[in-house]
Write a protein that binds this ligand. Sequence first.
Ligand code: GAR
Length: 193
Amino acid sequence: MARKRVAILISGRGSNMVALIEAAKDSRYPAEIVLVVSNEPAAEGLTRAAASGIETAVVDHRPFGRDREAFERALQDRLAAHRIELVCLAGFMRLLTPWFVRQWEGRLLNIHPALLPAFKGLDTHARALKAGVKEHGATVHFVVPEMDSGPIVAQAAVPVRDGDTEQSLAARVLEVEHRIYPEALKLVAEGRV
Ligand code: GAR
């Protein structure tokens, strides 16, 4: 079966993007990463993607001001030009409109640094520590118009330890993110979800 053509959308560091790129280097992996798009021109992930020989593009949201759909139409044009079949959000820090999300229904994944439905939104690690939970983790889910709410594809939990800081907890969660995102994309690309 042909490998699914995947684009990854980023805004920053791109460590989850790297995990997906590494997994897809195996020719038996059912998806290939053909494009990385960032809304931030200075995103570190762009350099990392280019170093792996992946085509990159910048679609800066700023020139579009408040017209979120105009920004997304520019994004959509890039995805269409590359005949993209699946999109992975990996630290992409823009909210997407229902218009965009509907175009990609069932073909748009996100990774969130918490055990959804707990701790939707930002600052998940600080909020988990404040709440005193003993387990935290990460979730890969399909994107729906409501933020951090779509059907869950994969989850992994990590313990919260005495003395954890936001940084130590984030690092522990990030390790499992790098494991479950490639697993989740594999399942979706194989049509097994
Ligand atoms: C990751 O922890 C990801 O789960 C989180 O941002 C980080 C990006 O790191 N995503 C969100 O908070 C989405 N709302 P990365 O750029 O190194 O993959």
